[in-house]
Every structure is written in structure tokens, then in C-alpha cells.
Design a protein around this ligand. Sequence first.
Ligand SMILES: [Mg+2]
Length: 447
Amino acid sequence: MTGRADLPSQEAMNPPVHATGDAARADRIEGVLLGAACGDALGVPYEFGSAPLAPDEPPRMIGGGLGPYEPGEWSDDTQMAVVIAGVAAAQGLRHVTALDAVVRGWVDWLDGGATDVGNQTRQVLREVGVGRGSPHAAERARLVSYSLHAQTGHTAGNGSLMRTAPVALAFLDDPAALAERSRAISGLTHADPLTGDACVLWCHAIRRAVLDGEMPELAELVAELPMERRDQWAAWIADAERRTPSTFAPNGYVVTALQAAWSAIRHPVGEGSPVVTSLVAAVHAGDDTDTVAAIAGALLGAAHGASSLPEEWLEAVHGWPGLRADDLRDLAARVADRGAEDAAAHRVPDELHEVAEHLVALGLGEGHHFLVEGRPVPGGRSSELIGLRKDDDGTYEVWYVGDRGAHRTLLETSEWSAARPRFVEEVARLGESRGDWRPPRRRWWRR
Ligand SMILES: [Mg+2]
């Protein structure tokens, strides 16, 4: 490789920020939270067999369940999602302080609003709550969740997937950040990589559904996952498309929960709109009915819009912290608006795209040897690499991350003419020292 690869067009590098003024799109944005809430409230009465449901009987929002819940009341799935959405609307989800705010919001919810709580989530938040007031709530949560995973090896519950939908709304205009943040927010309580995969997959599906106005092909989105698990996920998705939802019960495991939800979307039951018939199928999957229906509902609402939900459901749904359907509409719109503003402010500068393309053309691996902050790295990143970022104040930082997570700043400068050669040189040096890259010719490439 001696030439420089053709640079992608400006459009491809910086997709336009989508206006949320488009009415159909606004309807789909609202559909994400409302679809999830309706699925949740529809499944609540039947959770773990709380109420009988005959095979040909349509589920109804009659309340009861594990709560007991009022008719139309949503449960922990929507409650936890509302906490994420509240933070996303107020400050976006990009900064580490946003994740702290999410964890603090959950700890408060556990004390004051939680009607029921998943085991894994309860264990993590209880321990984090002991040190409440700490500014580093997210880091504490992450450490607790990872140590639980190390102790038990069983942390792949459906509890992070059930609440992930607002993350998709916060990053409609930034798929790279969507993948990273949905995994990070999952990891606040669930450390198993499969839970992060499921959240990445589902958030990308919701994003595509909102943008395109149709149900995406889930199997195509495995390209967003780390290479080593793509085939496995493709097989699980194919399985969900072949089999009916009830064959994925028990569905407390994140994989079977996702399969049950996707199977319900592909195997609707009875008469009515796709949203209604698929949510009916999701509840008939049995077991963790509210969670499977909440997961399915977010994606169904994203594809078909809030206007596709029956009026009687929209009138009935409500829940902690004292919200109704119109509040969720408003919240969803604010999350998407805030996300669009943030994406506009965090567009990857052209010069960073240029140097990344230059390194790729030299045979250096993006995500393997180097990372340019803000650019998507679908295959995940290796543990040792050279990073480059540009701050809001125009400062470039070149850094090194070692395989034990050690982060060392190599250069901070406002001069691109200094940052670019240093970055290229450090990336090439890493490739040479690891023995997995050789310069095409001496010297010239450093320029
Ligand atoms: Mg629930």
C-alpha cells in the first residue's frame, strides 16, 4: 500500500444532524418510550404467571402482578429508563458526570420509588448507595458490578437491556457514541459482555427504526458488535426468527429476553396493528412478560410511532415518578433534541478523519493500533493503542493506553502541525514494536 485511500465524502464523515421537526419522525421518537411503557404495563399483570392468560386471550392492562400494580401502571423497566431519559434530557449522556447522575438517580429510585427490582440491579445499587454522595457513583457501580461478575460469573440478566431504549434516543445522530455509551450504561449494573452486546444491538435497531421509519434487519446489525461474538449473535437472531416467543422462556437471561422480543416482532399474534399483535405475542411468551414486552415495545414504537399505539393504552399508562403518556412524549422529544445538539457540538473535526484515513491506508488498524475519538470502531478496540482527540477549546491530545488501562498523555498542543506527525509516529512505532505492522517505505510515511 503506497497511495492514500480516497477520503470519504464530507457527508459520509459527518452525517447531517437530523431535525426533530419532522412530524413522522417526532412520532417515532415518542414511540420509543411509549412503546416500552405500554409493553411494560401490558406485561405487568402476567409476570411470572401472576395472572392466568389463556392461549387465545388478549392481555390487558389490569394491574396486579408482582407489585401489586394499578391498572396501566408500569414497573421497574420503565422506571429505570425514565431515570436515564431524565439525565439525557437535562445534560446528555456523553460525559462521565452523566453516568454518575444516572447511578445516583437509580439509588434514589431504589429508596423511594422502586416497585420491584431485579436481583443484580439491587445488589449493585445497594452497595453503591452505602457511599451515596460520592461524586464517583458510576465508577463505584461499575466496580461493584464487575466484582459481582468475577465472583459469580452469572450477571447476564435482562435488567440492563430492559431500560436501554432512551440511550438510542440520545445518540440518533452519533452511532459511534451510541455503541460506546449503551455498553457503558449497561455495565453500570451488568458486567457480562453479552448484556453490553444486547444493549448495543437493540439501541442500534431502535436508532435505525426511528431514522428509517421501518423495522430494521436485526441480523445486519451484528456488524456493530465485537468480531468474536458476531457469529454467535447472528445464530441467536436466526433462531429467534425461526421459533415462536414462548420457546425462549425462561427469559431472564439477556439472550433469551432479546430472542423472545425479536421473535414476538417476527411472530405477531391475532388481529390488529403490528405493534398490538407483536406486544400480545411478547406477553404470551410468558415468564418475565413485562420485560420482554418493554424491550419489544421500544423497538416497535420506534418503527411504527406513538400514533400506532391504541388510545386506551395511552390513556391508561402511568407510573413512577408520577408520569403519564404525555410526559413520556415530552421526555422522549427532549432527549432527542439534546442529543442532536450534542452531536452537532461533537462532530469529529475533518483533520482527525483525514489522519485516520491516512493511517488506515498505510495498513494500520483503527481500533487495533489507534483510536480517533468520535470515529466508530465496530470491532471493538484492543487494549493497547494510541489515541487522538480534539477538545472543545481546540487542544489536541495524543495519548497512549496500555494493556492494563494505564493512560499516558504524550502530547497536548493547539498546533495541528505538531499533533499530526506525533500521532502518526507514535501509532507507527506501536505497530513496529508489536511486530504486527511494517512501514511500506522508510521515512516518507511519517509526514
Ligand atoms: Mg418489571
